[in-house]
Ligand binder design. Structure first.
Ligand SMILES: NC(=O)c1ccc[n+]([C@@H]2O[C@H](COP(=O)([O-])OP(=O)(O)OC[C@H]3O[C@@H](n4cnc5c(N)ncnc54)[C@H](OP(=O)(O)O)[C@@H]3O)[C@@H](O)[C@H]2O)c1
Length: 273
């Protein structure tokens, strides 16, 4: 099967490249194809003629999106339309990734796949626009995740990188303890993507985070525990920090369609050890 992975240098793109290595996928990032350029998308995709298009390319800077609304919508929304149009023309299956930030996060019980989205940030709105384009593909999967972790793309730092870097110079850290999410390990999500495709699951939305949820504080505490780092952690409220974007208080993705993935703690331990 001819496979194309877009955003291949990013955190998820790199993990997918490993999981789909036996297909020798085409690994394209911005330099190979700018997915916001509709005529280039059409030309290059028709030439390559993949049977499977996996799109991880996105505008992922949640605060940055508040100031770059147009770009966020172009990349997370309109570019998805560019890809879907060609996927339909060449008969390719289309995989799009989305986020817990499409929900308002007011429900402490979290969100099922079919719950009504109601984003509270530009990033969430733009990713929802992408979902609405993705469902127009004849064969599609929308996989939602939250708080991705793994090897970051070049020049980028993850939450884990930031915590470990800060711990080198600080004796005490203050971390938000009233915002919850579901850490998702990029290699586990890449494997889950392949399982969904191989099992030929019905078109639709799937929640693909590792099992369990935690606050940023609980996540940081687990990182330091696994690494054996002795640091004083203090709980903060989300409102103690000034951030441009509003995040869901309970960005919790309930998976009701697929077997459970392993817990985020197990995945984190494997990653850090
Ligand atoms: N990271 C998270 O915590 C998180 C949470 C929920 C959902 N998601 C979703 O998961 C997916 C993967 O995220 P990720 O963290 O792996 O992203 P990432 O590391 O930022 O990777 C995205 C890749 O796409 C590239 N790209 C940017 N603009 C492009 C363009 N116009 N054309 C082609 N490629 C372009 C980026 O290049 P540059 O780096 O040079 O811009 C980067 O290499 C995204 O759909 C994201 O919205 C991520």
């Amino acid at each position: 099967m001819k496979v194309l992975i877009l955003g291949a240098h990013g955190m998820l793109g790199q993990a997918l490249a490993r999981v789909f290595a036996d297909f020798s996928p085409a690994l394209w990032d911005k330099d190979e194809l700018d997915i916001t350029d509709s005529s280039a998308v059409k030309k290059r995709l028709v030439e390559l003629n993949p049977e499977l298009i996996i799109n991880t390319a996105a505008f992922t800077d949640v605060d940055g999106a508040e100031e770059n609304k147009k770009l966020a919508h172009e990349l997370n929304g309109k570019a998805v339309k560019n890809l879907v149009d060609v996927a339909n023309e060449i008969g390719a299956t289309f995989v799009q990734y989305s986020t817990a930030y499409v929900f308002d996060g007011k429900n402490p019980d979290g969100y099922k796949e079919e719950d009504l989205p109601n984003p509270s940030s530009v990033y969430g709105e733009s990713k929802l626009e992408g979902e609405r384009e993705a469902v127009k593909a004849k064969k599609y999967y929308i996989l939602r995740l939250d708080r991705l972790f793994g090897k970051a793309g070049e020049g980028k730092t993850s939450f884990i990188d930031k915590m470990l870097e800060l711990a080198k110079t600080k004796k005490k850290l203050t971390v938000i303890a009233d915002e919850y999410g579901c850490p998702t390990y990029a290699p586990d999500l890449a494997k889950r993507t392949r399982e969904i495709l191989e099992k030929q699951m019905p078109n639709g939305v799937y929640h693909c985070a590792n099992e369990g949820s935690c606050s940023w504080y609980e996540w940081a505490r687990e990182i330091f525990k696994i690494k054996g780092i002795d640091i004083e952690l203090k709980k903060a409220k989300a409102t103690d920090f000034s951030r441009k974007a509003t995040r869901p208080k309970y960005g919790v993705l309930n998976n009701t369609k697929l077997p459970k993935m392993r817990s985020w703690k197990k995945a984190l331990a494997e990653y850090l050890e």
